[in-house]
Design a protein around this ligand. Structure first.
Ligand code: SF4
Length: 118
């Protein structure tokens, strides 16, 4: 995986990307996502990362700012023939280029940028 050498998370604590829960509603997962999203948001290989995580069925951890639950939803949509952010390279946040985890997200900014008022 040569793209990993360009990953923005290369020097980040790997434990940040592996919360001790798979429950997206758990506060600990939200804290990990808050810490990880800015890193993934400036990562030049976010698309490659998400593609790899989806194609290899990564079912634990945060990859390209997506949780296992979000990636399962994307995989289900792929199987159903629904366009996905990897295939279309869309939609992405207009401010930070973070890929939206699922294509149905409204608006042009990711939640982090919306919170910042970007
Ligand atoms: S998108 Fe996030 S998890 Fe993936 S390589 Fe980049 S910084 Fe790491």
């Amino acid at each position: 995986m040569s793209w990993q050498t360009r990953a923005a998370c290369r020097d980040t604590d790997p434990e940040l990307f592996f919360p001790p829960s798979d429950d997206d509603t758990a506060p600990v997962v939200a804290r990990h996502l808050s810490a990880v999203r800015p890193v993934c948001g400036r990562c030049p290989v976010q698309t490659e990362c998400l593609t790899w995580a989806l194609d290899t069925g990564q079912d634990v951890g945060i990859w390209a700012a997506t949780t296992p639950t979000e990636r399962r939803a994307i995989r289900r949509q792929r199987l159903a023939g629904v366009p996905d952010p990897v295939a279309d390279r869309e939609p992405a946040c207009a401010a930070c280029s973070l890929l939206f985890p699922v294509p149905a997200v409204d608006g042009s900014l990711c939640s982090t940028c919306q919170e910042k008022g970007a």
